[in-house]
Design a protein around this ligand. Structure first.
Ligand code: TYD
Length: 146
């Protein structure tokens, strides 16, 4: 089994005309490659807050800052780190599987919309960084031995 971890920047097509912009997202499409089982949004964020600080064992999410801006930083099991500034509603980030993530640098007007492939389950969270690195090491070893 390959390490199920992927971070990918997405750009959604906009239906713009003289009236303004519209973006439509459908589950199980190129834009959203999973069934959406949950939607949540983060807003009114206290300045300087860093949210997240966790990984999921088995969850796909798409993050869209539909107002304002914020930055998502990610670390995959191989240790690769990346930062992604979401500052327009057609930009999104797909986070799939075992990825340590932080959400930070929220603008005052930021509304971060998240589409998730699963219902909320505390059992799916890894909230401790050392435990994430342990799980990442095991996943990488499994990948090599297969
Ligand atoms: P938390 O996991 O701290 O948010 P983040 O990791 O994005 O900073 O979640 C804050 C609270 O909201 C916590 O009590 C769990 C609850 N919650 C739900 O009930 N359902 C959800 O889908 C999410 C994401 C959180």
């Amino acid at each position: 089994m390959a390490v199920q971890a992927r971070v990918e920047e997405l750009r959604f097509p906009m239906h713009g005309d003289a009236r303004g912009q519209l973006i439509a997202l459908e589950a199980m499409s190129d834009a959203v490659p999973f069934e959406v089982k949950r939607v949540y949004y983060i807003f009114d964020t206290t300045p300087g807050t860093i949210r997240g600080n966790h990984a999921h064992k088995d969850l796909r999410q798409i993050l869209i800052c539909i107002s304002g801006a914020c930055t998502i930083s990610c670390e995959t099991p191989d240790g690769a780190q990346s930062e992604h500034r979401l500052d327009w509603p057609d930009r999104a980030l797909l986070i799939d599987g075992l990825v340590w993530r932080q959400m930070k640098d929220f603008s005052k007007d930021a509304v971060l919309l998240v589409l998730a492939s699963g219902h909320y389950s505390e059992d799916d969270y890894i909230r401790d960084y050392a435990s994430f690195r342990d799980a990442a090491r095991i996943a990488m070893q499994q990948e090599v031995s297969e």
